[in-house]
Design a protein around this ligand. Structure first.
Ligand SMILES: [Zn+2]
Ligand SMILES: [Zn+2]
Length: 303
């Protein structure tokens, strides 16, 4: 299995000299399993360059399929979709897997990024064939024989992580999520005041954390939301993101082999990210877990 990072930021794109090494595009990761159609994790602005890359294959001739797994529908996870070149080639198939939320139909929400008020080609006129596949946490499914486990995450409006198992190897994509101690989303989102949890909330959070750890147990590679520094988390725990130390604790509890820091804050320069990575490695030096940070344009072979 091969994992390629096309966009590694959260929130909004940040091009420029200060972000040239880690990259400025928002969330998009390609997972290639030999002999299968590409799996794309999230459709942030990194998806544009991925589309150009894939056009050299069957997707350039209208004979290809891609399977897009969306964690959720916040902008930084869907904005690249209408700029993904294969959607303009008739015959291509895009299978879009995501959890529907709050009564919004998945196809309506996706169509919103190519609505006529905001994009010149309305969604229904895009030439490729779209198929929308709703997913549910703990309801595993297969794509061309590749096993996928959706995992509930703790984020405003919800987010869903994915574990991908193929050929005896496993990759988990866990973004966007808060830890499971101070805020329970769907219920307390945006009130901004942690500490109103009742016993029932704590039970649900404990269950979510347990399911997450079980879901990524023994993974070869875990890509995890590490948007925040410790100070930022203390100030805005209700924004639905984690710190490297919180990610390390989950990855370690799950006996993951390698952790990749991901969904970098748009506020973070390359030098800031170097320091964040160094600090994470130092704090976990006795933990038998390899740690790296996602860099746009880089590929990792999972073997
Ligand atoms: Zn995000
Ligand atoms: Zn989000």
């Amino acid at each position: 299995m091969r994992v390629t990072f096309w966009g590694v930021r959260g929130s909004y794109p940040v091009p420029g000299t200060a972000t040239a090494r880690y990259g400025g595009h928002t969330s998009c990761v390609q997972v290639d399993v030999p002999g299968k159609s590409p799996i794309i994790l999230d459709a942030g602005t990194g998806m544009r360059a991925l589309g150009r890359h894939l056009k050299s294959g069957p997707l350039g001739r209208g004979e290809g399929s891609v399977n897009v797994l969306l964690t959720h529908l916040h902008w930084d996870h869907i904005q690249g979709l209408p700029f993904f070149d294969p959607v303009f080639v008739p015959g291509n198939r895009l299978n879009i897997f995501a959890r529907s939320g709050r009564g919004t139909r998945l196809n309506d929400a996706i169509a919103g990024v190519a609505g006529d008020a905001v994009f010149p080609v309305v969604f229904k006129d895009l030439p490729a064939n779209f198929k929308f596949m709703p997913v549910k946490p703990r309801d595993d499914f297969e794509i061309e024989g590749v096993h996928i486990t959706p995992i509930a995450l703790n984020h405003p409006g919800t987010s869903t992580g994915f574990r991908i198992n193929a050929g005896g190897r496993s990759v988990a994509y866990i973004t966007d999520t808060s830890p499971f101690d101070r805020i329970r989303y769907k219920k307390t989102f945006a009130r901004g005041v942690p500490g109103h949890l009742v016993a029932g909330d704590r039970r649900i959070l404990a269950r979510m954390e347990k399911d997450l750890i079980a879901g990524i147990r023994g993974c070869d590679l875990v890509i995890y939301d590490t948007t925040f520094t410790e100070d930022e988390y203390a100030q805005t725990p209700h924004w639905g993101h984690s710190t490297p130390w919180q990610a390390i604790q989950i990855a370690r509890a799950a006996d993951a082999k390698k952790l990749v820091l991901y969904h970098h804050s748009p506020l973070r320069s390359d030098d800031d990210l170097d320091r964040m990575l160094d600090d994470a490695r130092q704090r976990s030096s006795d933990m038998h877990i390899e740690i790296d940070a996602a860099r746009q344009g880089e590929s990792l072979e999972v073997r």
